[in-house]
Write a protein that binds this ligand. Structure first.
Ligand SMILES: Cc1cc2nc3c(=O)[nH]c(=O)nc-3n(C[C@H](O)[C@H](O)[C@H](O)COP(=O)(O)OP(=O)(O)OC[C@H]3O[C@@H](n4cnc5c(N)ncnc54)[C@H](O)[C@@H]3O)c2cc1C
Length: 504
């Protein structure tokens, strides 16, 4: 908008500014949608109240994996003993903290990301936005009327349990843990999910005394029990104390640090407390009531084209379909294709807004993009399909998984076959000879003769997973998987052993 602020009507109310699309929240998903629609020639307003790029590059995937890379290098150096000599390692957190500031986050500055978006033709507005009736978004005193739609990519925030006393303490979430420049002597981690375990192992490898407290009876409870055992064993080998089945009752903070008391009388103390007990969307802030959408849920329900309701799409963590960057990116492609498809169809008749000159170029792009969508058929938009959703817990060993776990498959009444093998019984696992073991677990639908889930844990578990993702995604017949050639001696060759072991 040219300087001078919004245009106002006689009552001093801001006049809505007509645009094609407004994207609320420019995290991974929102930035992708907004950028690609802008590149397609639409007038796109992208609204972000914090940093463009969202959680992943500043407090999530990227800096945490930098921390893990450093911690794994330390662990690997310590493995030289017994394999090829002796190595002495002196961990230095300052190098990690510096790399996160300098290389990952630009000291938590999003100038480059903003320019990336505006360079694609998008219009950036910094602020908190909310829907204000059909097609309308308010950001402070600016109001936008979106001709073709609103996209919500507003993500999640840490979900902090209602534990007595906790809210009044200076506990850490993932943000403080990622930003830390000087490590504490001891750390309590409340929550034994993927993020909690990854960070617990990193800090332990840098010499912090770490205790993980988990309410459920195993860590990594959404994955296979064997994954929980592998992760717990690896962390314990790194000196991490793990307590499962402990429900936090009260948290206190004083000069000596934190005290966490469990409902069973357990007491844990540490200098710092990291709370990583899940995340939740904050739907009540989005003005959903003004368009008749219920904001009472934990997430925003969407259909398989990411529609929330007429003219509104959602993308990323806010949809509750899997809190992963790759899910946000996958959904973004569908949203882009669907918005363009809607636009093309609405422009099929007369241009009701009289803005053909603004979007005329975009309509052409829209038709060609929609026509060459991933399904390849004219006018069709790919539908979201999460059957082969991959996920990786970047502990050491890495634990990759795709599709259903054994229990999930049995709960669905599927005629399940399970194949299991330990990496240590494969040639590569035996040669590798480290304290980090792994395994391959396959879940097959015996009636269909295909894999419907798999786990690959090991030194490169996340990479080994890729073949299994293809198998589940494309429903490759088991007979074909059995008659493939698996390179020798690789970690992934263990998949052929697990296939041979498939049984009830
Ligand atoms: C420690 C950690 C490690 C992780 N590691 C991985 C990993 O290894 N691999 C992986 O795939 N995923 C990982 N994730 C998850 C990943 O970060 C998220 O899945 C991803 O960031 C989701 O993107 P999003 O666009 O949905 O939301 P977000 O990244 O959360 O972005 C949402 C944006 O919307 C903005 N916003 C919210 N409301 C408004 C509003 N009303 N107006 C304007 N702006 C608003 C927010 O400020 C935010 O920038 C990790 C997460 C954490 C916390």
């Amino acid at each position: 908008m040219a300087g001078g602020g919004p245009v106002r009507d006689a009552d001093g109310m801001a006049e809505p500014e007509l645009v094609d699309v407004v994207v609320l929240g420019l995290g991974v998903g929102g930035e992708e949608v907004a950028g690609r629609l802008a590149e397609a020639g639409l007038t796109v307003v992208g609204v972000e109240r914090n940093l463009v790029g969202g959680e992943c590059p500043y407090w999530g995937c990227v800096p945490s994996k930098m921390m893990i890379r450093a911690a794994n290098a330390i662990a690997e150096a310590r493995r030289v003993d017994g394999l090829g000599g002796a190595a002495q390692v002196t961990p230095d957190w300052a190098q990690v903290a510096k790399r996160i500031r300098a290389e990952a986050t630009d000291d938590w500055d999003d100038r480059v990301a903003v320019e990336r978006f505006t360079g694609k033709g998008g219009r950036f507005v910094r602020g908190s936005g909310r829907i204000d009736g059909p097609g309308r978004v308010r950001v402070g005193d600016q109001v936008f009327q979106a001709r073709h739609g609103i996209v919500l990519g507003t993500g999640t925030r840490p979900s902090v349990p209602p534990v007595d006393g906790l809210a009044d303490t200076p506990y850490w979430t993932n943000r403080e843990a990622i930003e830390v420049e000087e490590l504490p002597g001891s750390l309590l981690v409340l929550g034994g999910g993927a993020i909690g375990l990854e960070l617990a192992q990193v800090f332990a490898r840098f010499g912090v005394r770490v205790t993980v407290v988990e309410a459920l009876d195993r860590v990594l409870a959404v994955e296979e029990p064997e994954s929980s055992e592998a992760a717990a064993a690896a962390l314990r080998a790194d000196g991490v104390e793990i307590h499962t089945g402990v429900k936090a009752a009260r948290v206190e903070h004083g000069a000596a640090g934190f005290t966490l008391r469990g409902t069973g009388g357990e007491v844990f103390t540490a200098e710092r407390l990291l709370v990583v007990t899940g995340r939740r969307a904050h739907l009540d802030e989005l003005g959903l009531d003004t368009v008749g959408v219920d904001a009472g849920g934990r997430y925003l329900p969407v259909d398989d084209r990411l529609h929330v309701t007429e003219g509104i799409w959602a993308v990323g963590d806010v949809t509750g379909e899997g809190a992963f960057t790759h899910v946000a990116m996958y959904q973004a492609s569908i949203v882009v294709a669907d918005v363009l498809d809607h636009m093309r169809r609405s422009q099929g008749g007369a241009d009701p807004s009289g803005t053909a000159s603004v979007v005329g170029g975009a309509v052409g792009v829209a038709s060609s993009l929609a026509a060459t969508g991933s399904s390849g058929s004219a006018g069709s938009v790919p539908r979201a399909d999460y059957r082969a959703l991959p996920r990786v817990t970047f502990t050491d060993p890495e634990i990759g998984a795709v599709g259903l776990t054994e229990q999930q498959a049995r709960d669905r009444g599927i005629n399940v076959q399970v194949g299991f093998t330990r990496l240590s019984s494969s040639t590569r696992g035996w040669i590798h000879k480290t304290d980090e073991d792994g395994f391959i677990k396959l879940i097959a639908d015996a009636d269909q003769g295909v894999l419907i889930g798999a786990t690959s844990a090991g030194p490169a578990g996340g990479e080994v997973l890729s073949g299994l993702v293809v198998a589940v995604h494309a429903a490759v017949p088991l007979s074909q998987l059995r008659h493939m050639i698996y390179a020798y001696p690789t970690f992934h060759r263990a998949i052929s052993d697990a296939l041979r072991n498939l049984g009830q």
